[in-house]
Design a binder for this molecule. Structure first.
Ligand code: MG
Ligand code: MG
Length: 265
C-alpha cells in the first residue's frame, strides 16, 4: 500500500534529506584523485554521526558500509574499499540517512578531472534523465508519465538504460511502494496511479555508456556493466506537492533545478 505523507511529514523527510545533501558536501573535498573509496565511506560515517542521523545502508541485507561507491564500470551497490580514485574516473556515491523516523536517499555522480567523452556524456544524460523525472513529478501526471519522461530522455540519447534496478517510494521505510522503474513496463501500466500531493519517491535513473545490461560480481553486491563501459547513477528523494515537485535531498543554498556548476548535483 502506498503511504501518502502529510505536509508535516514531508517537512520531517526534508530534515533527513538535508542530512544526505550535507553529507555530500562534507565528502566533496575527498572526491579527488588518490582517495581510496573507503576513506570517503569513513567520512560519510562521520558526517552521519555528527548530524545525528542513522546510516540506512550499513547492515541493510548485510551491506558492509555506510555508502555505496561505484567507480566507472560499476553501476550501483559498489562496496567502498582500497580502490583509489583516479583522474578521469566517473564515481557514483549513494547515501541513505534516517532521522526522526523518516528516510532520505540520494545518489550523485562525479567526474574526477577531465573524463572521457563517454563518461561526460553518460553523466550528462543521467542528470538530464533525473531532471526529466523530477519535472514530471507533479499532481495530475501519472506514474507512467513520470517514468516515460525518464525513459525518453535516456533512450533518446541512445545510451544504456539499466532496466534491472528501480527507484521507489520512500518514507518511514527506505523502500516503500510504488516501484519507480526507469522504463515503462507492462506491470507499471497495469498498476498506474495518479501522482497526488503526499507521494514521495526516490527517482534514480542509472545510465550506461554502452549497453544497459549488467551483472553482479562475486562479492554479491557490486553491479557492473557487461561491456565494461562507464555508468552513472543520479537520485533524489522527491515529494509531489500542490506546488509541484519538491526535492528533499538538498542542502541549504542548493536549488532545484541545480545552479550551474554545483558539484555532483
Ligand atoms: Mg540510493
Ligand atoms: Mg534509492
Amino acid at each position: 500500500m502506498i503511504q501518502f505523507k502529510s505536509p508535516r511529514e514531508i517537512e520531517r523527510m526534508a530534515v533527513a534529506g538535508e542530512m544526505v545533501a550535507l553529507t555530500f558536501q562534507a565528502i566533496q573535498p575527498l572526491i579527488v584523485p588518490g582517495t581510496p573509496t573507503i576513506e570517503i565511506d569513513e567520512a560519510v560515517r562521520d558526517s552521519v554521526h555528527d548530524l545525528g542521523g542513522k546510516p540506512l545502508f550499513l547492515g541493510y541485507h548485510g551491506f558492509p558500509a555506510h555508502s555505496c561507491i561505484s567507480v566507472n564500470e560499476q553501476v550501483v551497490h559498489g562496496i567502498p574499499g582500497p580502490r583509489k580514485l583516479q583522474d578521469g574516473d566517473l564515481v557514483s556515491i549513494d547515501i541513505g540517512i534516517g532521522a526522526d523516523g523518516f528516510c532520505g536517499d540520494s545518489a550523485r555522480s562525479f567526474l574526477i578531472g577531465e573524463g572521457s567523452r563517454s563518461a561526460i556524456r553518460t553523466l550528462e544524460v543521467c542528470r538530464e534523465a533525473l531532471a526529466a523525472g523530477i519535472a514530471a513529478a507533479t499532481p495530475g501526471n501519472t506514474l507512467v508519465e513520470l517514468v516515460q519522461a525518464i525513459e525518453t530522455s535516456i533512450r533518446g540519447a541512445k545510451l544504456g538504460l539499466v532496466e534491472k534496478y528501480v527507484g521507489h517510494g520512500i518514507g518511514r521505510e527506505m523502500h516503500e511502494e510504488p516501484q519507480v522503474p526507469n522504463f515503462v513496463t507492462k506491470s507499471l501500466k497495469q498498476n498506474d496511479l495518479e501522482l497526488r500531493p503526499g507521494l514521495v519517491l526516490a527517482i534514480e535513473p542509472m545510465v550506461n555508456g554502452g549497453t544497459g545490461d549488467v551483472y553482479t560480481l562475486d562479492d554479491g553486491w557490486t553491479v557492473v556493466t557487461v561491456d565494461s563501459e562507464v555508468s552513472a547513477h543520479c537520485e533524489h528523494t522527491v515529494a509531489v506537492t500542490e506546488e509541484g515537485p519538491r526535492v528533499l535531498t538538498l542542502a541549504p543554498g542548493e536549488a532545484w533545478p541545480p545552479i550551474p556548476g554545483t558539484p555532483g548535483q
